[in-house]
Design a protein around this ligand. Structure first.
Ligand SMILES: [Zn+2]
Length: 543
């Protein structure tokens, strides 16, 4: 059976998205209000939870900010009370998502299903119908930056591209489900669309890429950096025309490194399992929210809106496309800065800066083999069932795996995780790793309440990207170190006036000498300057 697809509705949505891409703020606000009203009416009709909440209210006049903030754990605990279709049962969904043969298969004959990673606990499951998928498809296809204008003129949807998605291909993640769904819907595109697992050894990964010879590589920034190093070393013979990244932070330094290695432009996007295509870059390099279909509220620790230009504590997401599983003021956990400025590209879609995941790539063993953070978390979550963890590199051959859980069950889980991790690393060519485990050790929290789960140590030698390592070995000054990658800043420099070198190195020349630099979790930015980061996996999708 084919995955859910509604061609008539999809064509309507495409036409509307094309118009809305050039619409003014008022026109976007009208679309948002109309869709929010329809979402609330549908939630009040189908979801027992929202029927109680909205009883006696007119969905057309309810103010979004008056509705309660909801969180993943609470919604998953009361799944049956939340969804609008009583036939969608969490137990059946859990069984469905443990079977790899069911990836992209229609659930109950009418729904697309995927699960999130367990970044903040047990994975959530998301169910969407053909109408929601039509919106995601159209946003993914029509709101990308035009990196190749001539090509775009003749092939606006990129139908002729050979796309390789490099990610966790074995699970029901949004990115993998999306790729498999497209392959099933269009058998003619199967040879052009390839999902390549980043859990395999790097030699096998590069061989698979060379066999596919993609014109587009879609992957995570950390994986793109490793592939860049392989290409620079002559071990990866592919010549893509574009690299699409998402799912993690993409720093300016990473972007430049990837673009130089592959000699092609990078397009970054931001999405989540909760909404596949939240924002994408424009040709001016700013991240625009698809505000005609998704509402983002940047709020402080008390849930109050924060003004433009200020980093919020978390972000509330309202998905205007999914009427099966209403996501209304859902706490996404990411932190964003809303820009108060209009972008030079003239789009009225709001500009944001996103602060997402900032786990490290680990360089392990005598040969310093790189292992990307999402591969490590996939092994620990999917194979060992361990979600509450911190994996810390202590040396080239030693890792410390801790969990906040305590007791016999926690120790048993850690033991299983240690074995899975050891096997996985051996497959990558990193044998003899010592993995020490400790239960009852809660992760230290950052200011946002989120914390890094995978923490590496700097490299002291290796390929040219490792500017942090070179700085620490004395090749660069402390100031350059702070600029180079944008993480682990030296607190002593916080709030200081920047020098030209400082700004140019960190911000690609966007900041000005003398501008005050604000230190934020995971990096710095000059006041008033907004750069794009990402947190999404697919050619835009987040796990
Ligand atoms: Zn723009």
């Amino acid at each position: 059976m084919l995955p859910p697809f509604d061609p008539w509705y999809a064509s309507q949505v495409c036409a509307d998205i094309l118009v809305a891409s050039h619409a003014g703020e008022d026109s976007l606000a009208v679309r948002r209000a109309r869709r929010l009203s329809a979402l609330l009416a549908s939630a009040a009709d189908g979801s027992p939870r929202y029927r109680r909440l909205l009883k006696g209210s007119d969905p057309g006049t309810v103010k979004l900010e008056e509705l309660p903030i909801v969180r993943k754990a609470e919604l998953m605990d009361r799944f049956g009370d939340w969804v609008c279709d009583p036939a969608v049962s969490l137990d059946v969904l859990r069984r469905f998502t443990t079977d790899p043969a069911q990836i992209a298969a229609p659930f109950l004959g009418r729904y697309v299903v995927w699960e999130s990673s367990g970044t903040s606990g047990e994975p959530a499951i998301f169910v969407q119908d053909a109408r929601a998928m039509a919106v995601y498809d159209a946003l993914e296809a029509l709101r990308r930056p035009v990196l190749r204008p001539l090509r775009h003129f003749f092939d606006p949807l990129g139908i002729g591209d050979r796309i390789a998605f490099v990610g966790a291909t074995g699970g029901h993640f949004a990115s993998t489900v999306s790729v498999e769904r497209l392959r099933k819907l269009n058998p003619a595109a199967q040879s052009r669309l390839s999902g390549i697992s980043f859990l395999q050894p790097i030699q096998a990964l590069t061989a698979a890429l060379e066999a596919h010879q993609p014109s587009v590589i879609a992957t995570y920034p950390s994986a793109a950096v490793i592939l860049s190093e392989e290409r620079r070393a002559g071990r990866l013979q592919v010549a893509p025309s574009e690299i699409w990244t998402g799912g993690e932070n993409l720093t300016t330094a990473m972007r430049e490194f990837i673009e130089q290695a592959f000699e092609c432009p990078v397009a970054n996007s931001y999405g989540a399992s909760e909404f596949l295509a939240i924002a994408s870059e424009c040709n001016a390099g700013r991240m625009h929210v698809n505000s005609d279909w998704v509402i983002l509220e940047s709020v402080d620790a008390h849930g109050c809106a924060v003004p433009a230009g200020i980093l919020g504590s978390t972000t509330l997401l309202t998905n205007l496309a999914n009427h099966v599983q209403p996501l209304i003021r859902y706490d996404l956990g990411d932190r964003i800065v809303l820009s108060g400025d209009r972008c030079p590209c003239s789009s009225a879609l709001p500009v944001i800066e996103v602060h997402g995941r900032d786990d490290d790539t680990l360089w392990l063993g005598t040969r310093a083999i790189p292992i990307v953070p999402l591969a490590l978390s996939t092994v620990l979550e999917d194979e060992a069932g361990l979600f509450d963890f911190r994996l810390e590199q202590r040396s080239s051959h030693t890792l410390l795996l801790t969990t906040g859980m305590a007791g016999v069950d926690a120790d048993r889980l850690l033991d299983r995780a240690r074995k899975s991790l050891g096997q996985f690393l051996a497959q990558q060519g990193v044998g003899g790793m010592k993995i020490r485990c400790k239960s009852g050790t809660p992760r230290p929290c950052g200011r946002s309440g989120k914390s890094r789960r995978i923490v590496g140590i700097p490299r002291t030698s290796g390929p040219p990207y490792s500017s942090v390592a070179r700085a620490r070995s004395g090749a660069l000054s402390r100031r350059q170190l702070q600029c180079g990658v944008g993480s682990n800043p030296d607190p002593a420099l916080q709030g200081q006036r920047a020098t030209g070198l400082f700004c140019k190195s960190l911000h690609g020349g966007q900041a000005h000498p003398g501008q005050r630099v604000v230190r934020l979790r995971g990096g710095e930015r000059p006041e008033g300057s907004f750069r794009n980061f990402g947190r999404h996996p697919h050619p835009g999708v987040n796990h």
